[in-house]
Write a protein that binds this ligand. Structure first.
Ligand code: PRP
Ligand code: ADE
Length: 182
């Protein structure tokens, strides 16, 4: 087995399927067993840090909340800064916000735009790409803050929910990297 195949198998084996997702037929992909395993968490951090370096990112944006857990160690490992994108109303300073549609209703995310600069190339990091709404809104928000998008990197893409198709127009050619596709 190649090293990549071994890492993929390890990561997949540490994700717990929980059958109580509100959408019929969709499992909740719980990453807490992976976080609890230092070998798997380190392998994930290393794999995401490789993508940060490969795509020349100068900042990581992590999406609340699980994107914080993955993005922060990747930022330290790859030697770039970390900027949180939070659900509306959580950040203390002056914020820039981006609303987006959910299946039922809408949501809003915010960033401290002053922590991003025109010289930054941002890698967005999250655990799961599902419908792609959160990642799409984050890409739009980061561009409005003046920074460039180096890419979006996720642990897992739920392919059957069509997130890639929703996100790709917003990416304008920047890569969407998924370590696992289910
Ligand atoms: O592609 P989408 O359909 O937008 O869904 C993916 C998002 O949903 C989850 O976050 P959630 O909003 O549940 O927040 P949490 O990390 O705080 O649990 C996940 O961590 C992604 O951020
Ligand atoms: N099925 C799922 N599992 C984990 N996180 C999610 N976020 C959106 N859909 C999800």
């Amino acid at each position: 087995m190649t090293e990549l195949a071994e890492v993929t198998t390890l990561l997949l084996s540490r994700i717990r399927d929980i059958p109580d997702h509100p959408e019929p037929g969709v499992m909740f992909k719980d990453i807490t067993p992976l976080l609890a395993d230092p070998v798997a968490f380190t392998a994930l951090t290393d794999a995401l840090a490789d993508l940060v370096v490969r795509h020349g990112a100068t900042k990581i944006v992590g999406l609340e909340a699980r994107g914080f857990i993955l993005g922060a160690p990747v930022a330290v490992r790859s030697g770039v800064g970390f900027v949180p994108v939070r659900k509306a109303g959580k950040l203390p300073g002056a914020t820039l916000g981006q609303a987006y549609d959910l299946e039922y209703g809408s949501a809003e995310i915010e960033v401290h735009a002053e922590d991003l600069s025109r010289d930054d190339r941002v890698m967005v990091i999250d655990d799961v790409l599902a419908t792609g709404g959160t990642a799409e809104a984050s890409v739009q928000l980061i561009r409005r803050a003046g920074a460039e998008i180096a890419g979006v990197s996720v642990l897992m893409e739920l392919g059957f929910l069509g997130g890639r198709a929703r996100l790709e127009p917003a990416l304008e050619g920047a890569p969407l990297e998924a370590l696992l596709r289910v």
